[in-house]
Design a protein around this ligand. Structure first.
Ligand code: S3P
Length: 173
């Protein structure tokens, strides 16, 4: 299946980059968190508040298992790689791109956004990001077909950079 799946930490810009790629390729966009919110008529923070993280992970897992998409840019939530079965399901759907950023870059981007991210709180942000990254970095790298360093690149250039990387591994658009 020829989908492009974006994984990476909160703040790595998955949804934004999906939109950028959408304008460069004739692909649709599927934002998993957004679809979970729509299906449950609740925002992600509301799901965490009312039902807890485990419940959210279950919704996320069920969504991974049920995806039936083609020629689509799939933007995932940052924790999707925590479950091996999610990664296996995503791998069957297409090529996984890890948007790799330093914790400092993520910190700068996320400072004003902690209200929308239930796993982060403003004061403890840097430490939380470091801990999440420590737990997840190997999982992101193991899941990825392509790793793109996004620390020193503009959004404009990033779209082209991802397309270049995909072509290098034989991806046909
Ligand atoms: C999460 C990341 C969020 C969302 C949820 C949990 C995580 O998505 O799925 O708040 O565990 O990293 P984004 O990566 O799009 O912020």
């Amino acid at each position: 299946m020829s989908n492009i799946i974006l994984v990476g930490m909160m703040g790595s810009g998955k949804s934004t980059i999906a939109k950028r790629l959408e304008s460069l390729l004739t692909y649709d966009i599927f934002d998993m968190d957004h679809e979970i919110e729509k299906a449950n008529h609740l925002s992600i923070p509301q799901i965490f508040d009312q039902y807890g993280q485990e419940y959210f992970r279950d919704l996320e897992h069920k969504m991974c298992q049920s995806l039936d998409l083609d020629k689509t840019l799939i933007s995932t939530g940052g924790g999707v790689v925590l479950n091996d079965a999610n990664v296996s399901a995503l791998k069957k759907l297409g090529t996984i791109i890890y948007l790799k950023a330093n914790v400092e870059v993520l910190f700068n981007r996320l400072q004003d956004e902690t209200g929308h991210r239930p796993l982060l709180d403003q004061k403890a942000l840097l430490k939380q990001l470091e801990d999440l990254m420590e737990n997840r970095k190997d999982l992101y790298e193991a899941a990825a077909d392509v790793i793109v360093d996004i620390n020193h690149i503009s959004l404009e250039d990033l779209g082209q950079e991802i397309i270049k990387n995909l072509k290098e591994i034989g991806y046909k658009f």
